[in-house]
Design a protein around this ligand. Structure first.
Ligand SMILES: Nc1ncnc2c1ncn2[C@@H]1O[C@H](COP(=O)(O)OP(=O)(O)OP(=O)(O)O)[C@@H](O)[C@H]1O
Ligand code: SF4
Ligand SMILES: [Mg+2]
Length: 423
C-alpha cells in the first residue's frame, strides 16, 4: 500500500475548503437495482435456508449539493441502504455509481480514495466514539488512516474542525465521557468532515438526542451544507427530522422505495398511502394547516418480516385501499407527476392506476377501521376530483381532434340545441 501524502490547505478564517469538482445539480451518486440479502444459515453445515431481504431493489440518484431524506419504519432497510452506498456493506446485486464511477464491487485499495469523499455519521454518539481515545485522536484519525497531512499539522486542523462544529478547541485532550450527547454528535460530525468529503450519509443523526438538542444538530448540519457545499443523505424513521433539511425525500417500506418526491410535493400531496400514514403522525406546526391532514392514521400491526415479504405490493397487508391487484401485482415506482415517483395501484391525490379493481381486500377493510373517517373521506374526495379532472382533460382532447372534421356539423347541432332529438 502506498502512503500517498495529500495536503489539504486549511483556511485561516476558520472555514473549510470546498471541493469544486462536482458542480451543484450534477448527479453525484446513482443507485440502480440495489439489493442486500443477508443469508440465514442453519445446522452444522451452515446451509443457507433463506435470506433477510433488507434492501430489495432500489433506484435513486443524489444530486450534488442536495439533501435526500430517507424515511420509513424500523427495519425497513434504511441503515442497510446507507451502509451499501458508503460501501461498508457489499451489495448482493445492483449498481452504485459515485461521480460516474462504478464503485459497486471496489476492493479495499480501490475504495481508499473514495473513503475521503464519502463519510458516514452514525446514530449513537455514545457507542460510535471510542471511550479510550481523546477527542483529538478521534477527530484526527481519518488523517492518519488516509496518510493525509493537513497544512499546519493534524492538531491545528482538528482544533479548527472542533470550532467549526461549535466545540471548544481547547477540549482536544478530553475523553468522550466528558461530553453531552449533543456535543458527542458534534465530535462525530467533525470526524466526518475531516477529509473534506463530498457526500455525507447521516444515519439517524439526532434520534438518540433530546428534542431540544436535535434542532441544534440539525441546524449545524444545515449550516455546514451551506458553507461547504456538502451533499447529504439523511436517514430518519420519521418525517419530522427530515422535513426541514431535505430537498427530496425517499420513503422506504420493507426494502423498497415506495415514494420519492421533492419535499413540497410530498408534503402538499403525498401519493402513497404509506407516506400519508407516516405524515399523519407528524405534528403540523403551521396553525393555518391545523385542520388539514391532522388526523392520525394508525397502521395495522407491525412491518411484516423481510424474510418473506408480502406478495404484490408489500404494503397490502396494512393498506386501507388494497384490492386484489395489490396482492398479486407489484406496483412499479413510476413518475406520476413531475418530480414525484410512486409505487401504488390506487395512489392518493392522483388518478387511480387500476380503476377496474374496486373490491377491497378483507385486510384493507380491517385497516380502514383504524383510519379516521375524515381521512377516508378526504382520500375519496381528492381521488374523485383528480379522476374528474382527468376525464375532463381527455374529453377536451378528443373534442379537439374531431373539431376540425366536424366543425360545421357541430355548429349546426349547437344552434339547433334541444330540437336535435329524435322526431
Ligand atoms: N447484518 C445483518 N444480518 C442479518 N440481518 C440484518 C443485518 N443487518 C440488518 N439486518 C436486517 O435487515 C432489516 C433491515 O435492517 P436495517 O437496520 O437496515 O433497518 P432500518 O430501517 O435502519 O431500521 P431502524 O429504523 O430500526 O434503524 C432488518 O430486518 C434487520 O434485522
Ligand atoms: S393501494 Fe395497493 S398498491 Fe397502493 S399502497 Fe395500498 S396496497 Fe399498495
Ligand atoms: Mg437504522
Amino acid at each position: 500500500m502506498s502512503e500517498d501524502k495529500v495536503s489539504i490547505p486549511a483556511q485561516s478564517d476558520g472555514t473549510l475548503v470546498t471541493k469544486a469538482d462536482a458542480a451543484p445539480g450534477e448527479t453525484l451518486l446513482k443507485v440502480t437495482g440495489l439489493q442486500k440479502h443477508f443469508p440465514i444459515k442453519k445446522g452444522l453445515l451452515q446451509r443457507q435456508v433463506g435470506a433477510v431481504r433488507a434492501v430489495d431493489g432500489i433506484d435513486f440518484e443524489v444530486k450534488s449539493g442536495e439533501t435526500l431524506g430517507v424515511v420509513g419504519e424500523s427495519g425497513c432497510g434504511k441503515s442497510t441502504m446507507g451502509r451499501l452506498i458508503t460501501r461498508l456493506l457489499e451489495p448482493t446485486a445492483g449498481k452504485v455509481e459515485f461521480e460516474g464511477q462504478d464503485i459497486t464491487h471496489l476492493g479495499v485499495g480501490g475504495m481508499r480514495p473514495l473513503r475521503r469523499d464519502v463519510q458516514m455519521i452514525f446514530q449513537d454518539p455514545y457507542s460510535s466514539l471510542n471511550p479510550r481515545h481523546t477527542i483529538g485522536t478521534i477527530v484526527g484519525a481519518p488523517f492518519k488512516l488516509q496518510g493525509v497531512t493537513p497544512e499546519g499539522g493534524i492538531k491545528a486542523e482538528v482544533q479548527r474542525l472542533l470550532s467549526v462544529v461549535g466545540l471548544n478547541p481547547e477540549h482536544y485532550n478530553r475523553y468522550p465521557h466528558e461530553f453531552s450527547g449533543g456535543q458527542r454528535q458534534r465530535i462525530g460530525i467533525a470526524r466526518a468532515l475531516a477529509l473534506n468529503p463530498k457526500l455525507v450519509v447521516a444515519d439517524e443523526p439526532v434520534s438518540a438526542l433530546d428534542v431540544s438538542i436535535q434542532a441544534q444538530v440539525v441546524n449545524l448540519l444545515d449550516d455546514l451544507q451551506q458553507e461547504l457545499g456538502l451533499t447529504y443523505v439523511i436517514i430518519a424513521h420519521d418525517l419530522s427530522v427530515v422535513r426541514h433539511v431535505s430537498d427530496r425525500i425517499a420513503v422506504m417500506y420493507l426494502g423498497k422505495i415506495v415514494e420519492l418526491a421533492d419535499r413540497e410535493s410530498l408534503y402538499k400531496a403525498p401519493m402513497h398511502p404509506y407516506t400519508k400514514a407516516l405524515m399523519s403522525a407528524v405534528p403540523i406546526p403551521d396553525p393555518r394547516r391545523k385542520n388539514a391532514k391532522s388526523e392520525r392514521i394508525l397502521l395495522k400491526g407491525d412491518v411484516p418480516s423481510p424474510i418473506s415479504p408480502p406478495s404484490g405490493c408489500r404494503f397490502h397487508t396494512r393498506c386501507w385501499k388494497a384490492t386484489e391487484i395489490c396482492k398479486t401485482t407489484e406496483p412499479k415506482l413510476v413518475e406520476l407527476k413531475p418530480g414525484q415517483q410512486v409505487a401504488c395501484h390506487h395512489p392518493e391525490n392522483f388518478e387511480d392506476q387500476a380503476p377496474q379493481d374496486t373490491v377491497l381486500l378483507t385486510v384493507a377493510k380491517e385497516a380502514a377501521e383504524l383510519v379516521a373517517d375524515e381521512v377516508l373521506a378526504e382520500s375519496a374526495e381528492t381521488s374523485a376530483a383528480v379522476a374528474a379532472e382527468v376525464a375532463a382533460e381527455e374529453a377536451s382532447a378528443s373534442e379537439e381532434v374531431s373539431a376540425s372534421e366536424e366543425a360545421s356539423a357541430s355548429e349546426e347541432t349547437e344552434a339547433d340545441g334541444q330540437e336535435s332529438t329524435d322526431k
